[in-house]
Design a protein around this ligand. Structure first.
Ligand code: ATP
Length: 362
């Protein structure tokens, strides 16, 4: 696939502050791509650099094969949707959506058709004559989307577009935005600090910390094979256990893990930072299992329930592993055939060896 956006060594300084430290990335045509990271990591700055609202200190932004250095924001094939919607409350929905067509030279009827099509696309067909101030938050965000899409950009840039919505509306809009992106086939670049939102919506995610991309991968690869503890901790929950590398064999390592014992780890489960004799093994809560009444097996250890959180569909147990001070989080789906264990109960804890990840010691 051809990249629609290519970023080469993008550097951005605000005075002494180094906000972007050499960003290299290619974003493919038709991709739903997210920039994910904690507050202040530079994701909005990078989005604004792509849009042309922010100059780079050095580096090159290419869009659709063209160098953007001399191209101002309003001449780029991009459009931006902001968190604050930025719609005009005193105008009607149709006037808001058609705002960018004012200087298009199109006939009134042609504009009206485009507006109605754009409103249909975001599920607001028939709302054209409503005043924008009489809309809910979710509807306003749809107006902002329709207004951005009517100009047929090659790339739509979305800066935390759902963060002002309540949880239910946000979840609904996440699904709608994803469907809309598939329908129009335009590249969407979403800025978010919400890892769940990024996982649900994206084809690929760039995780950023302190002005750098730490990892760029599909949601599944990011979750299953984070390249560092920092990425692993940012995406979901992960248990970390001290580890000692005992032997190296072709394609795998023999590792002694705190609280668990000796396991085999394939080399593709070893992160680039893990080279020494000691390290840390990461394992997700769902890759640990309570074996209930099953007889003790070689690949399990006894644990005691220290605490639990019941979520209806799932229970998250804090299990203290036998012979160790370590408490790990184990998540179990609640089934009618499976009791929810009480505090103080003991159970065998098993693990999925293929889901272990070995990180470096720091
Ligand atoms: P958030 O999720 O909080 O919006 P972010 O990852 O989008 O965070 P940016 O807005 O890109 O972060 O900001 C990155 C860093 O650059 C921050 O430390 C911010 O204070 C700084 N910064 C951003 N804009 C400017 C500016 N115009 N002048 C000086 N510093 C700035």
């Amino acid at each position: 696939m051809t990249p629609i956006i290519s970023l080469s060594d993008i550097q951005k300084h605000y005075g002494d502050y180094h906000a972007l430290k050499g960003i290299n990335a290619e974003i493919l045509a038709g991709e739903f791509f997210s920039l994910l990271g904690p507050s202040g990591c530079g994701k909005t700055t990078l989005l604004r650099v792509i849009a042309g609202f922010e100059d780079v200190s050095s580096g090159v932004v290419m869009i659709d094969g063209h160098d953007m250095r001399a191209v101002p924001a309003n001449k780029r094939p991009t459009n931006m949707v902001f968190q604050s919607y930025a719609i005009f409350p005193h105008l009607s929905v149709a006037e808001n959506v058609g705002f960018g067509l004012r200087k298009s030279g199109l006939a009134t009827q042609a504009k009206a058709t485009l507006i109605e099509d754009a409103l249909d696309m975001v599920g607001l067909g028939g709302y054209g004559q409503r005043r924008a101030h009489a809309l809910s938050g979710g509807q306003r965000q749809r107006v902002a989307l329709a207004r951005a899409l009517i100009l047929k950009p090659k790339v739509l840039l979305l800066d935390e577009p759902l963060s002002a919505l309540d949880k239910k509306m946000r979840e609904q809009m996440q699904g709608e935005l994803r469907r809309l992106q598939r329908h129009v086939g335009i590249t969407f670049i979403l800025v978010t600090h919400d890892q769940e939102e990024a996982l649900i919506m994206s084809d690929r995610i760039a995780v950023m910390f302190e002005g750098e991309i730490a990892q760029m991968a599909s949601p599944q690869d990011l979750y299953r094979r984070p390249v560092s503890r920092q990425v692993a901790e940012f995406i979901g929950v992960m248990n970390f256990l001290g580890a000692t590398v005992l032997d190296e064999h072709p394609g795998k390592l023999s590792v002694e893990i705190e609280g668990i014992g000796r396991v085999q780890i394939a080399t593709d489960q070893v992160t680039p930072g893990a080279g020494g004799k000691t390290g840390v093994v990461g394992i997700r809560p769902e890759a640990l299992t309570l074996l209930y009444d099953q007889p003790a097996q070689g690949r399990s250890v006894i644990g005691v329930v220290e605490d639990l959180a019941y979520y209806g569909d799932m229970t998250y147990y804090q299990m203290k592993l036998d012979g160790s001070d370590k408490i790990v989080t184990v998540s179990m789906k609640n089934l009618t055939s499976r009791p929810v264990l009480d505090r103080g109960a003991s159970a065998q804890v098993g693990w999925d060896e293929g889901a272990l990840v070995l990180f470096g010691a720091v």
